[in-house]
Write a protein that binds this ligand. Structure first.
Ligand SMILES: [Zn+2]
Length: 201
C-alpha cells in the first residue's frame, strides 16, 4: 500500500494578497518559464523574504533565476527553492519547486543542499526608479513584457513578493481559500499557499 504525506509551503512575507492568476481588479498576472499559480503579497518592502515549509520538508536546494522586469536588478533577480522529503537532497526525494521573484540581497545558491524547512531568501525591494519609461527585457517564450511608462508604480503594485510554482511540480495544489485582499502572515501554517501530496513509501 502506498503511503502519502502532505507537504506545505507558507507565505514568505506578511501582507495582503494583491494578485493570484489575475491582478486583483486588473489583468493577467505574468508568470515565468511556463510556471503556474503565481501569487503576489503586497508590502514588506525592505523586510525579509523567508522561505518556510512544513517540517516534513527535510532539505532544500536554492538556485538563482532571472525574471522579466523593466526595472532591472533587484526586481529581475529571483531565487528558486527545490523541495525534498529527505535530508541531503537525494534526487528520488525531490517533489517540487517554488520560484520567488524580486529578491534583493539574494541568498547564495546552495550545493549540495540546505537541510531543514526554513531559510531566509533575501529581502523585498522597497523602491524603484521613478519617472522613466523602460523597454523591458523580452526573451524566450515568456514575452509578455510591454514598455513600462507608469512612473513610481513598481511592477504595477509597489513593494511586494511574487512567487509561483514550477510547471513540473507534480501533484501540487494552491490553497483554495486564498482570495484578493486576504491578509497573509509570514510562515503561518494556517494559511498555507502551496501543497503537495507525495508518495513516501
Ligand atoms: Zn507578481
Amino acid at each position: 500500500m502506498t503511503i502519502y504525506d502532505n507537504f506545505y509551503v507558507y507565505a514568505p512575507v506578511s501582507g495582503q494578497i494583491t494578485a493570484l492568476d489575475y491582478y486583483c481588479g486588473d489583468g493577467y498576472h505574468p508568470r515565468n518559464y511556463e510556471n503556474v499559480s503565481p501569487i503576489d503579497i503586497g508590502g514588506g518592502g525592505g523586510g525579509s523574504l523567508i522561505f518556510k515549509a512544513s517540517s516534513n520538508v527535510k532539505s532544500i536546494h536554492i538556485g538563482h533565476w532571472s525574471l522579466c522586469s523593466g526595472y532591472g536588478s533587484p526586481w529581475s533577480d529571483g531565487v528558486y527553492v527545490e523541495l525534498y522529503s529527505a535530508e541531503g537532497t537525494p534526487y528520488w526525494a525531490k517533489f517540487g519547486a517554488v520560484y520567488y521573484g524580486h529578491v534583493a540581497n539574494r541568498a547564495a545558491e546552495s550545493w549540495p543542499n540546505y537541510n531543514g524547512s526554513s531559510v531566509t531568501l533575501g529581502t523585498v525591494p522597497s523602491s524603484c526608479p521613478c519617472g522613466v519609461c523602460y523597454n523591458p527585457c523580452c526573451e524566450g517564450d515568456d514575452c509578455w513584457c510591454t514598455p513600462i511608462c507608469d512612473p513610481c508604480n513598481c511592477c504595477y503594485q509597489g513593494a511586494h513578493s511574487h512567487f509561483e510554482l514550477r510547471n513540473d511540480s507534480p501533484v501540487s495544489s494552491v490553497n483554495p481559500n486564498l482570495y484578493c485582499g486576504k491578509q497573509m502572515y509570514a510562515g503561518d501554517s494556517s494559511s498555507w499557499v502551496y501543497k503537495w501530496q507525495v508518495a513516501i513509501g
